[in-house]
Design a protein. Structure first.
Length: 421
């Protein structure tokens, strides 16, 4: 059933439209009528009619003023103007302002019925089109994600077609000189298995929010794939290629630091080499993921570039050193112990660690111990002093100081906060 509002300062005209035509036969219900535009607007806002028939000349507000008010109020309807011969200029203005049609007085009922039915067809067409737009708009995120997935997996190779899609989906990244970040929550597989949906959603939303917060730098633009598995692939553009890596690393540091402060969880970020052409961005995606997969420290915040991985992480001695530290962090080990186990000198081992992963032996040992402490502290069965001894410290006060310097929280504070997630 469609609703109709009639406006005319002549009662006889309103009466004639209302009573001389059986509008029910056309599934139309007349909801109200009025003799001026001002009252007509009040009724239009109240009843939200589908069809409005209005005279062009009325007291208080004429038809043109009423039409403007209807347009401003965003009432979804069609407006039919009634007019005399001498008012053609008014009619032309009304049509330019959005009126559907005009009819000359005296009104011919058959012509009025036809005009109203044509208006309903136009209204239905417009509303169906709007529904289609709304449906497409609701599907756009899925279509956009499919495009990005195809892009990062190498299924798209035509650069011109890629550029068109970027413009169509409103993705503001450059088709040249891009970087890829592969960001994953450490131990994500274990988290997905052991956590409920609400917790996983909270973790995902927290990290997604931080990505938006710190990558929305004035000089950077980016787009990322949805992370159902707590892993994000981010394509990022920076206008100044000479400063790009430094800016990206700084943003990544802020993301993973704040994420740990909020959730007590850690992340690893891999950074690709610069990709000269989006049509081969899948290669950069593989580089960024490779950097993460070569991470030798699990559950510790890391930012790794593929350059660093390719140039240094192939060192068998570094891998062996890290494995030794990871297996023996709970013991009173020294750089000499590790060097002896690897049949190299302590000074050479210190050189390898510092030059290739940017850490001293003591920093590596401390990170391994703090990481293990984090895992134990989330378990309510362990007291702080028990965790202290289990990870290789003999002094609880010293352990608490080291832990706070590393995490910004005391062991007790960390334990309490961890139980939120």
């Amino acid at each position: 059933m469609y609703s109709m509002l009639i406006l005319d300062d002549e009662y006889i005209v309103r009466y004639g439209i209302r009573e001389t035509i059986d509008w029910n036969e056309y599934s139309i219900d007349i909801v109200a009528d009025a003799d001026n535009g001002k009252t007509g607007l009040e009724l239009a806002l109240k009843f939200n009619p589908d069809i409005i028939i209005t005279d062009i000349r009325m007291p208080e507000w004429d038809g043109l003023e009423f039409l403007k008010a209807i347009k401003t109020s965003n009432i979804d309807c069609i407006v039919i103007i009634l007019s005399g011969y001498e008012e053609f200029e008014y009619v032309r203005t009304a049509l330019h302002s959005g009126a559907f049609a005009y009819l000359l007085k005296p009104i011919d009922n058959n012509e009025l019925i036809k005009t109203v039915l044509d208006g309903i067809k136009e209204l239905d067409k417009r509303r169906n089109k709007q529904k289609q737009y709304s449906l497409l708009e609701s599907e756009l995120p899925n279509v956009k994600q499919l495009f990005l997935n195809n892009l990062i997996t190498g299924k798209l190779s035509d650069l011109d077609a890629i550029k068109e899609k970027l413009k169509l989906y409103g993705i503001d990244i450059s088709p040249i000189n891009d970087y890829v970040l592969f960001l994953t929550v450490n131990s994500s597989d274990d988290i997905l298995k052991s956590s409920n949906k609400d917790t996983i959603s909270l973790i995902r939303n927290t990290l997604t929010s931080l990505i938006s917060k710190y990558l929305n730098d004035g000089n950077m633009s980016y787009v990322y794939t949805e992370a159902s598995d707590l892993k994000w692939t981010i394509i990022l553009s920076h206008p100044h290629i000479e400063n790009a890596v430094k800016a990206i690393k700084n943003a990544a540091k802020k993301i993973i630091y704040e994420f740990e402060q909020i959730t007590t969880l850690t992340c690893c970020v891999g950074i690709s080499n610069v990709c000269k052409d989006l049509s081969i961005i899948h290669s950069a995606c593989e580089e960024a993921e490779k950097a993460v997969n070569n991470n030798m420290f699990t559950d510790i915040n890391r930012i790794l570039s593929i350059d660093g991985i390719e140039n240094t992480m192939s060192s068998r001695k570094i891998n062996e050193a890290i494995k030794y530290i990871t297996a023996n962090y709970n013991k009173d080990i020294s750089v000499e112990d590790v060097a002896n186990a690897l049949y190299i000198s302590p000074s050479y081992l210190m050189h390898l660690l510092k030059d290739n992963i940017g850490k001293t032996f003591n920093e590596c040992l401390k990170e391994a111990r703090i990481n293990a402490a984090k895992e134990l502290l989330v378990n309510p069965r362990y007291k702080v002093y028990e965790v202290c001894y289990k990870v290789g410290y003999n002094d609880i006060k010293y352990f608490s100081q080291v832990f706070k310097r590393s995490t910004g929280m005391t062991p007790s504070e960390y334990s309490k906060k961890a139980h939120v997630f």
